[in-house]
Ligand binder design. Structure first.
Ligand code: CTP
Ligand code: CA
Length: 220
């Protein structure tokens, strides 16, 4: 694959890709996580590798094997992912944040397993995690993903502005054939000029399309 990609449009480029759903510990035996399979990020990482990029994949736990010829860093929590991304991005050309990062984590990690009590209700206090994409800034192309259940374009455009992204890849998780755990994925690309590209493609074809846009941004 490295030989295949040596003349590709990403030759000499370093691309950092994140993937998977972070796991936030609340007790030694319990985590809060989400249903991200990691497939989108892995597909983008492999596509970038095939086009000649040096790829670093920062991945929260998934059931997927490490992609060949991709430097894979396995992490668990949003904080671990943040540390790894901030360590890898300064010398990179692009950051593609396909990971589903927890927005909140338990405020305290209990030292022991929490025992059942007589009370019928219990709650866990949560605190905000660091927004990795908003924090990772520098001279590299920054791409976000957003899974929306309503107001797809408006919500995604708002994230482009708030996080000052070069590009966001938004998908409607309520639509049949899109969202978590399925192979097809309707995506809308919105760039920093608020240009909207609506493309109907599978996960296998959205990777190349996203990289075409990143490639163009790297040249401009
Ligand atoms: N992201 C991140 N760090 C976080 C949360 C999100 O880097 N703590 C990244 C995601 O990887 C994604 C982008 O930000 O590329 C948008 O994530 P999303 O969850 O859609 O946006 P939020 O800003 O968290 O807003 P909300 O969950 O309320 O829609
Ligand atoms: Ca979020």
């Amino acid at each position: 694959a490295a030989a295949l990609g040596k003349d590709g449009d990403f030759a000499g480029r370093k691309v950092v890709v994140s993937a998977g759903g972070t796991q936030e510990r609340s007790t030694p035996v319990r985590v809060i996580t989400n249903h991200s399979s990691g497939r989108m990020g892995y597909a983008v990482a492999e596509a970038a590798r095939d086009r000649g990029a040096e790829v670093v994949l920062v991945t929260a736990p998934t059931a997927l094997p490490d992609p060949p010829l991709v430097r894979t860093i396995r992490v668990k929590s949003a904080q671990d992912m943040c540390d790894a991304v901030l360590a890898e991005t300064p010398m990179s050309d692009a950051l593609i944040m396909a990971a589903a990062v927890a927005d909140y984590r338990p405020s305290v990690m209990a030292e022991q397993k929490i025992k059942k009590t007589a009370a019928d209700e219990m709650s866990i206090d949560l605190e905000k995690t660091t927004d990795i994409l908003a924090t990772a800034r520098g001279n590299f192309v920054r791409v976000g993903f957003s899974a929306e259940s309503e107001n797809l374009e408006a919500n995604a455009a708002d994230k482009v502005r708030r996080k000052e992204l070069d590009l966001i890849v938004a998908n409607d998780i309520t639509e049949e054939g899109s969202g978590f755990g399925v192979d097809t994925n309707r995506v809308v690309l919105i760039d920093r000029e608020m240009e909207v590209e609506d493309c109907h493609c599978s996960r296998n074809t959205s990777g190349p399309q996203i990289l075409d846009r990143v490639s163009a941004l790297l040249k401009s």
